[in-house]
Design a protein around this ligand. Sequence first.
Ligand SMILES: Cc1cc2nc3c(=O)[nH]c(=O)nc-3n(C[C@H](O)[C@H](O)[C@H](O)COP(=O)(O)O)c2cc1C
Length: 243
Amino acid sequence: MKYLIINGSPRKKHTWEMAKQAQSNLDGEFEEIQLMKEKIPLCNGCTNCIMESETECPHFDIINPIVEKINDCDGLIITSPVYALNVSGLLKNFIDHTAYLYHRPRFFDKKALVLVSTAGAGEKKVANYIDETLRHWGFNKTYKIAIKCGGKDALETKDINEISRKFNEDVKSEKMHSPKFINILYYNVWRAMASSSDPIEADKKYWETSGLINHEFSPDVKLNPVKKAFAKVMYSIMKKVMK
Ligand SMILES: Cc1cc2nc3c(=O)[nH]c(=O)nc-3n(C[C@H](O)[C@H](O)[C@H](O)COP(=O)(O)O)c2cc1C
């Protein structure tokens, strides 16, 4: 199994210790990206990635190799400390550069482990935000560990070991989970936008060339009849709303 670790902390301390503890429960090859070292300039808000193509981002040469690595891994471990009740600026800047992935989701066969450390508050909210972002990007399943660090017992919390072992077993199984209703809703919102009468051309092109426009959800993942019906209804409601 290939694991990619993206560290959203500028230093290798509490959050990184969580990542190392989780890693000790995973079998496979590891590659790490320290966002601090990538020196990604701030997103300048040009919207080229969304409106034109991700290749038109002025920072494409830095961002694309990271996106390619996500595409190549079996499991992603993505981390952030809580900063002012949110993700670190480092991680947010990376997420801003990948805003086009909300519109043009992929990674439907990927699973992720989200690790968040805090001194005292905000860890669940931050883990939920990263989880939501990954689900917009298409991720099949996310596991979350959010803990208060600093205390000497923090890393001994059974959550890190239990959850990272579950994540490892799941990645190894290569099993695809049935998507949550919310994931089906997100997918069909973007799908309806791409097929509206006035779509963003880059979205339309992606959804058409990938063939996803013709599917209620990615064909990588099976939908049961109830979820299929839900997807159809959501798509038709969204198409009406987009009109
Ligand atoms: C700029 C900054 C903002 C922070 N904001 C919060 C906060 O809102 N709530 C909190 O409980 N801890 C906050 N902390 C503490 C960190 O979340 C906590 O120490 C974390 O474990 C640090 O991870 P690291 O060792 O990987 O840097 C903040 C720390 C920094 C440097």
